[in-house]
Ligand binder design. Structure first.
Ligand code: HEM
Length: 480
């Protein structure tokens, strides 16, 4: 097969910024506008040329061959001041050892232990909500997810107020990184408000985490958590990781579960607020299976609709929607193209998840498409919100558990209503976030008066009307 076909350049590049402006202003629209029948397409993100892998099989090839397609590229360089050589960004040569060190924290037996801590952290945020309150969904979800991460993975090492500040700092840094991806480095030194916020947030996060590491080294807790594993010492009594690597990994394990899960949960809440029928079905499932019990991990497996909503949210809104995170290490062939060493590659879970040859009616939010699929992970090539191969997300099961728990807990207490003028579609920062999204809370408990106000069945195929007849429910539908 001839392997030197030219890679087409995507339309719509503008001077200096290339495709970066379109991608950050309306990422979903931009990705949707790319032709479906190309396997690779060229983009320009500011000064950086990037090849986006569009074909699902080739995406799998890139993700599963991390010696030819290693971590690297301009985004990895840009996140380095925050996470340095942390697990998600380090090259293959420094990857396997810390991955083995941390993997035991994410084994199935361990996940069950996190259930109670997750539930308590979720409660500490949702417990503050009031009836008829309008809240900023992304900010509130970040507060929730960082508290879960701190409690479950760092044994509560950061006080809640410090955790909340750190979540805000992550956002400021991620916005700064997205801007830096699209503009010449000279602009980084200008004293603009976003630059000032970026540098202040970066400094605060690194100091907060360095401080937490120091305190843990001095005090210990006896808990087997991320910090304990990072502070492991060898036979000679010396730490197995360098001081900077410890801080880099620790920040990675704070930001990764915070930004990603907050983004997916935010979208799920948006869809529910827009679709009262789907919310009714969710409430019916929760009311039957949870009754008045808290949503603990032992009932999660039974919450089938809740899981399907999480899976469909991950399909429609994979938080790492566009990932220019690979560099070609040696001249190689990919599909029908020859790629020289040094080529930067991006992959896009969003593109794969929205292909019409893989999903029927892909723009339709339909949890029931997952009904006859084994959850939580359907077909490898078609569903990659957590990546694949050696660099696949270490927190996949942790994330599923947290998202199902959070959604179930919220739905057990609150009905969500849309707020007029809540601005969507949103822009993307480093991940796909429903920026500016607000919803209104309506209390369901303790009165229970609101509970199951509409007649529904759990399948959503039909509802029984007061006269005893069945009529079809509206299909949940939401077009981006
Ligand atoms: C909805 C939630 C999440 C999504 C969508 C997500 C997505 C991803 C993706 C796509 C990757 C692969 C990136 C690549 O191949 O370049 C990844 C890697 C990673 N994720 Fe997640 N993630 C989520 C939650 C979490 C959680 C809860 C944690 C930690 C508790 C976590 C920690 C990491 C780490 C450390 C890596 C790097 C793994 C390695 O290279 O060995 N993520 N994540």
């Amino acid at each position: 097969m001839k392997t030197d076909r030219a890679i087409p350049l995507a339309r719509g590049a503008v001077p200096l910024l290339g495709h970066a402006r379109a991608l950050s202003r309306d990422p979903m629209h931009f990705l949707k506008s790319l032709p479906e029948d190309v396997d690779l397409i060229g983009l320009r993100l500011g000064p950086n040329p990037v090849v986006l892998v569009c074909d699902p099989e080739l995406t799998q090839q890139v993700l599963t061959d991390d010696s030819t397609f290693d971590k690297g590229g301009p985004l990895v360089d840009l996140v380095a001041p925050l996470v340095g050589d942390g697990l998600a960004t380090c090259p293959r040569s420094r990857h396997r050892h810390p991955r083995r060190l941390l993997q035991p924290l994410f084994r199935p037996g361990r996940l069950e232990d996190y259930g109670e801590k997750m539930a308590a952290a979720i409660d500490s945020v949702i417990g503050d909500w009031r009836d008829d309150q309008v809240f900023d969904v992304p900010a509130e979800m970040r507060r929730l997810t960082i508290r879960v991460a701190v409690e479950a993975l760092f044994s509560g090492t950061l006080a809640p107020a410090v955790a909340d500040q750190t979540a805000d700092d992550f956002t400021a840094v991620l916005v700064g990184i997205a801007q830096r991806m699209a503009r010449p480095p000279v602009a980084d030194r200008l004293p603009t408000p976003t630059n000032r916020r970026y540098y202040a947030a970066l400094k605060r996060v690194r100091e907060t985490v360095r401080d937490a590491v120091e305190r843990r080294r001095a005090d210990g807790t006896g808990e087997d958590d991320v910090l304990a594993r990072l502070l492991t010492t060898g036979a000679d009594g010396k730490p197995v990781l360098s001081e900077s690597a410890i801080v880099d990994h620790a920040i990675t394990f704070l930001i990764a579960p915070t930004a990603t899960i907050a983004s997916v949960l935010g979208w799920a809440l948006h869809v529910l607020a827009e679709h009262p029928d789907m919310q009714d079905r969710l409430h019916a499932e929760i009311d039957v299976l949870l009754a008045d019990k808290p949503a603990s991990s032992d009932v999660l497996a039974k919450l089938e609709l809740t899981q399907r909503i999480v899976t469909e949210s991950l399909r429609m809104y994979p938080s790492l929607f566009f990932a220019p995170l690979r560099i070609v290490t040696t001249d190689t062939d990919l599909g029908q193209h020859r790629l020289p060493a040094g080529t930067v590659l991006a992959f896009s879970p969003w593109l794969v998840h929205h292909r019409s040859d893989l999903y029927e009616d892909p723009e339709h939010f339909d949890p029931d498409r997952w009904k006859n699929t084994e959850l939580p992970m359907p077909s490898r090539n078609a569903f990659i919100p957590f990546g694949s191969g050696a660099r696949q997300c270490i927190g996949l099961d942790f994330a599923y558990q947290e998202m199902v728990l959070a959604l179930a807990t919220i739905a057990s207490r609150w009905r969500l209503e849309p707020v007029a003028g809540s601005p969507l579609p949103p822009r993307a920062a480093a991940n796909l976030t429903a920026r500016g999204l607000r919803v209104r809370t309506v209390l369901r408990r303790p009165s229970g008066a609101e509970k199951c106000s509409r007649p529904v069945d759990l399948d959503g195929r039909s509802v029984r009307t007061p006269d005893g007849n069945h009529r079809p429910t509206q299909r949940p539908g939401w077009l981006i």
